[in-house]
Design a protein around this ligand. Structure first.
Ligand SMILES: Cc1cc2nc3c(=O)[nH]c(=O)nc-3n(C[C@H](O)[C@H](O)[C@H](O)COP(=O)(O)OP(=O)(O)OC[C@H]3O[C@@H](n4cnc5c(N)ncnc54)[C@H](O)[C@@H]3O)c2cc1C
Length: 307
């Protein structure tokens, strides 16, 4: 089992050998790596350049029994104010390659969905339009089966290349990933996404662009994109909409410290003024309790907590 009392100096020396001096940092504030702009320091922050380095980093962490965490764009994360005692493995600097073969596009895990959908549009490949406004990485999107406006990763993925907990590499077809509403085998079995292959359809770039612009307009109209957040704070409860329940409970604008329920979209908790993670937790808990008290529904966070 990983242990927060791992030998930091000896692991740091090993990781330096694997990723090089330029790709390792210590006591790195995670507020700079999350869309919430919240989070204390990580003991060690590494950015592997490719899949081999990534495997090396994971093996070194396992050998040192050090906790580690895979970081994409940090757009679904609330990191504690104390930060993370372990190794953050960041994929958005190094694993950013894209290859295209016919109508199949393969993106490494750190490619942003924005970039992937832009590239597909330019190449006249349709299917990723729904993802253009999701501010995550390909790896994080596979992990959560990210989706929007009627589409999700499950609809466009053909296969995913993963590192298994024993360090071996495997290619899993979309059916083997067991993708459901914000869940996957990647999450339940601790698999690490190295790359994902999308099966797209031929389309006219101008039609694809139009759809992406329309979806962006809808997002800008409804979501508080001008403030830091981690998107929808809660999962959609069966038979309800989280935002509507929160609004009906009279909680729009409810604020603790610098964190508040968005006045524009009650499903989002936003960082209005240098919020701490503790502020956000206090808002989340109050919303959960109040919605349950009024409507008998316990909202479950969609945002993942770290540290
Ligand atoms: C304004 C806003 C709007 C949003 N809208 C949507 C939306 O419409 N639909 C939607 O689904 N989500 C939405 N989100 C949430 C978020 O963008 C998605 O969940 C996204 O897929 C998270 O990707 P990420 O790279 O940021 O993951 P991170 O936040 O970095 O990580 C999330 C989880 O994925 C894991 N992970 C990351 N990379 C890998 C990898 N390579 N292998 C294995 N595990 C990995 C992490 O360990 C973590 O557990 C929104 C967020 C914001 C801020």
């Amino acid at each position: 089992m990983p242990d927060a009392d791992y030998d930091r100096d000896s692991l740091a020396a090993k990781l330096r050998q694997i990723v090089g001096e330029d790709n390792i940092a210590f006591d790195e504030p995670l507020s700079g790596h999350t869309t919430f702009k919240i989070g204390g320091p990580a003991d060690i922050f590494v950015s592997p350049d490719d899949a081999d380095e990534l495997r090396g980093v994971l093996a070194a962490c396992a050998e040192a029994r050090a906790p580690h965490f895979l970081l994409g764009c940090g757009s679904d994360l609330l990191v504690s104010d104390e930060g993370y005692r372990g190794v953050i493995v960041s994929l958005t600097e190094g694993l950013v390659g894209v290859t295209v073969e016919g109508k199949e596009m393969t993106c490494q895990a750190g490619v942003s969905l924005r970039e992937a959908s832009e590239m597909a549009c330019e190449l006249g490949l349709s299917g990723l339009e729904f993802a253009c406004g999701i501010p995550g990485s390909v790896g994080g999107a596979c992990y959560m089966n990210a989706g929007a406006y009627g589409g999700s990763m499950a609809d466009v993925l053909s296969s995913v290349r993963v590192i298994c907990p024993d360090g071996s590499l495997a290619t899993l077809s979309v059916d083997e990933l067991e993708l459901g509403y914000r869940k996957s085998r990647i999450a339940s079995e601790g698999l690490v996404v190295v790359s994902a292959t999308f099966a797209l359809k031929a389309g006219k770039p101008e039609v694809i662009r139009e759809r992406m612009e329309e979806l962006t307009r809808q997002r800008e109209e409804k979501q508080p994109l001008e403030l830091p957040s981690a998107g929808s704070t809660f999962k959609r409860p069966e038979g309800y909409f989280a935002g509507k329940l929160i609004m009906d409970a009279g909680l729009k604008g409810y604020q603790v410290g610098g964190a508040a329920v968005s006045k524009k979209h009650a499903g989002f908790v936003v960082n209005v003024d240098e919020a701490t993670a503790a502020d956000v937790h206090a808002v989340i808990e109050h919303v959960q309790d109040e919605v349950e008290r009024q409507f008998g529904v316990r909202l479950e966070p969609e945002v993942r907590f770290l540290g």
